[in-house]
Write a protein that binds this ligand. Sequence first.
Ligand code: NDP
Length: 344
Amino acid sequence: NKQIVYAQQPAPAIDPRLSGGTFAVKQSAIEEPIPADQVLVRVHYLSLDPAMRQWLTAKRSYIAPVELGDVMRSNAIAQIVGVGSSLKSEFKLGEWLVAGTGWQEYALLSGKAAKAQRVVVPEGCTPTDAMSVLGMTGLTAYFGLLDVGKVQKGDTVVVSGAAGATGMVAGQIAKIKGAKRVVGLAGSPDKCRFLTEELGFDTAINYKDKDWRKQLKAACPEYINVYFDNVGGEILDACLSLAAPFSRFAICGHISQYSAAQPEGPRSIMMLIGQRITMRGFIVFDYAKQYPEALKELGQWLVEGKIKRKDHIIKGGLEACPQGLVDLYAGANTGKMMVEVAPF
Ligand code: NDP
């Protein structure tokens, strides 16, 4: 079983080399026979997530860090290829799961974990939707925008990281819920075109343009009611300075700061007082009990064509993961980034 393990602390950026870098390739034997209370899965598509940088070093976070020497943590779309003796009545060979397998070709999962992660994709959706719109990133957009952002009809909504897996869904949900203006920030002209021409954002701004702050101000003439923050840094600062009274700032992620030796907070923080802003961070896992209803609604929107999506699939197998992760931070993806380990 080929695996990619965490070999060396990033300093501070991830070094994608497979030898002497942040990660290393390892071979290990698969336990035989399969332990009675576990299932064996074959990994097909691995998820690459911005949070991975945090998992390598964050000491006090929502999840324990990955330890040196451990298989790198990751979700995957995986298929059951073996069932332990006490689980034969519960699982069939060939069933699909989205599970925390880590960066490896095969993984053993407890029966409990496997049961919680069965893939149910409505007809008309693609199998990879299970790890995108109908997976963690779609759910993050859903709860972040609706529960934390409390989007209302007529709102001006700004989404950063808008052409990424989470942002693309957040912006479209805002439209579905009747936002008056949905403004997306992304890092290239192609991404901006994708947002306005394919996803129906009202305005898209390339934050690498010199005058992006001016463009943002012009796009929000009635200020910002909801800001869905995927990036932190300068963009969060600009949005704070344009906040409407009683606006809601849903703090989902701060990718611009994840690899920084000294992460920086926004200068315009005092706007919180004058504009009575509610700024709240959230973690999607806190909504686990509500996933089934959310997935029903997200699935319906997908089938009806109200939510469109793109996947960014990296071929090249397991070894492509470290470089893929570096490319994720550099903005190589439009839509959900995954690595194909074995095609469907
Ligand atoms: P994305 O698909 O959005 O990929 C990351 C994108 O971030 C890149 O494509 C890049 O696009 C953009 N980016 C990278 N660096 C910067 C920068 N310095 N400034 C602005 N944009 C940058 O990833 P996800 O959808 O998986 O994650 C999006 C955010 O949501 C992350 O911050 C992540 O940590 C967070 N998250 C939070 C969860 C929660 O429960 N709170 C759960 C899941 C994700 P570009 O070309 O536009 O720069």
